[in-house]
Design a protein. Structure first.
Length: 171
């Protein structure tokens, strides 16, 4: 099968139900790659969240800010057939890429906290996360079997969600 890789860049989000699709965000430093998966329906979504919250003076950009990306991604996967009660959330990124003395500039930690708060408000638990540290990461979401993998800079690709051993769960 031929795979189609969709690059989800900063501030973007994407959803797929296509069996050959792979959603990818590379170079996640302080940004968060938020993944939502409904394994029963084979619906996957990925948002590349840049900042914790949208300033009132900034035009809405659903994938850019945690406070808008979480509900926008939930709405997008539900629109493709996912059921909220089956959604599983995964987080990648949130590194502290630069140190300026105090922790108040740790955008990565603030992004991670804002995404977690948005998921908690939506009553979606985080199933697995690889956040923090000081290295960038890449996240890949495979629509065919709903696998989620992460690769830290200079490291191996490892699973956050492995493929099921006997196909998709029943709906």
């Amino acid at each position: 099968m031929i795979s189609t890789e969709t690059m989800v860049r900063m501030g973007e989000l994407a959803v797929s139900t296509g069996s050959g699709d792979v959603l990818t965000s590379i170079g996640l430093g302080s940004c968060i790659g938020l993944v939502l998966v409904d394994r029963a329906k084979g619906v996957v979504g990925l948002a590349h969240v840049m900042l914790p919250e949208r300033p009132a003076s900034v035009a809405p950009q659903p994938g850019k800010f945690a406070d808008t990306a979480v509900p926008a991604l939930i709405d997008a996967v539900v629109a493709k057939g996912a059921r909220r009660v089956r959604l599983e959330a995964f987080m990648v990124g949130g590194a502290q890429m630069f140190t300026f003395g105090g922790g108040s500039m740790d955008v990565g930690a603030r992004n991670a906290a804002a995404v977690k708060a948005g998921l908690a408000a939506a009553r979606l638990p985080v199933r697995a996360a690889e956040t923090g540290g000081d290295r960038g990461r890449t996240v890949r979401v495979y629509a065919e079997d709903c696998r989620v993998t992460v690769k830290a800079a200079g490291g191996p690709e490892t699973p956050l969600l492995s493929a099921p051993s006997a196909g998709r769960m029943a709906a």
